[in-house]
Design a protein around this ligand. Structure first.
Ligand code: NAP
Length: 244
């Protein structure tokens, strides 16, 4: 399917590893100009080597002031993928302030901040845009030790809807993708234990975790005009997990 992304300028957060990195590669291959935002400089350097032309932007999105400085001169952005997140798993009774603060700052507050910058730019230029928030199946189901993560992603789903409501009149669409487990560095850290993995796989009708390209294809579809009537949606990429 031709997505018509060539010539558009996209910004992807959490671009150093996992789903974010694969999204950058796919957008670049589709002819988009990509700004890759991430925290570890070495990841961005290897990404630029792999994909010359990608514009790296190294910043900790949990730091509001640093993010503001980093994005001040980012230039026009048509397409935004809010993908950066942390998954700090703790039993409910052992949740720390630090885990709450970091999770909220990166997984939710940075989405608001980066989206404000991009949306203000789109509105000032009077052009349409598309924003995709990378949420999770965990936004809509309780998972053991995931209190903070589930809560951030639940909030992200609702943020997606309110952004769609307020930005729709400016022709800016906002959608979420909600993947099941993907074996990225985050997925490996949390789901490598075979017994734990089986307990999740048993709840997925298709009986497997998602591949990176399953998620990336859905992100690119939602960024593209092929989904031009879709906004405020939370689209599962979960093998049916949320249907059960
Ligand atoms: P990942 O492998 O951990 O990669 C996350 C990327 O985000 C890394 O490059 C990381 O950089 C960056 N990042 C994290 N905190 C940052 C910060 N404060 N500032 C800037 N960059 C930051 O994660 P992933 O599995 O690809 O996950 C991507 C998205 O998919 C997340 O929103 C996640 O919640 C969601 N998701 C993942 C799964 C899964 O099973 N993997 C399932 C459902 C949803 P550093 O490494 O330098 O920190």
């Amino acid at each position: 399917m031709e997505l018509g992304l060539a010539g558009r300028r996209a910004l992807v957060t959490g671009a150093g590893k996992g789903i974010g990195r694969s999204t950058v590669l796919a957008l670049h291959a589709a002819g988009a100009q990509v700004v890759a935002v991430s925290r570890t400089r070495a990841d961005l350097e290897s990404l630029v080597c792999e994909c010359p032309g990608v514009e790296p932007l190294c910043v900790d999105l949990g730091d509001w002031a640093a993010t503001e400085r980093a994005l001040r001169d980012v230039g026009p952005v048509d397409l935004l993928v809010n993908n950066a997140a942390v998954a700090l798993l703790q039993p409910f009774l052992e949740i720390t302030k630090e885990a709450c603060d970091t999770s909220f700052e990166v997984n939710l507050r940075a989405v608001i901040q980066v989206s404000q910058v991009v949306a203000r730019g789109l509105i000032a230029r009077g052009v349409p845009g598309s924003i995709v928030n990378v949420s999770s199946q965990a936004s809509q189901r309780a998972l053991t030790n995931h209190s903070v993560y589930c809560s951030c992603k639940g909030a992200l789903d609702m943020l997606t809807k309110v952004m769609a409501l307020e930005l729709g009149p400016h022709k800016i669409r906002v959608n979420a993708v909600n993947p099941t487990v993907v074996m990225t560095p985050m997925g490996q850290a949390n789901w490598s234990d075979p017994q734990k993995a089986k307990s999740m796989l048993d709840r997925i009708p298709l009986g497997r975790f998602a591949e990176m390209e399953n998620v990336v294809d859905t992100i690119l579809f939602l960024l593209s005009d092929r989904s031009s009537m879709t906004t405020g949606a939370t689209l599962p990429v979960d093998g049916g997990f949320l249907a059960t």
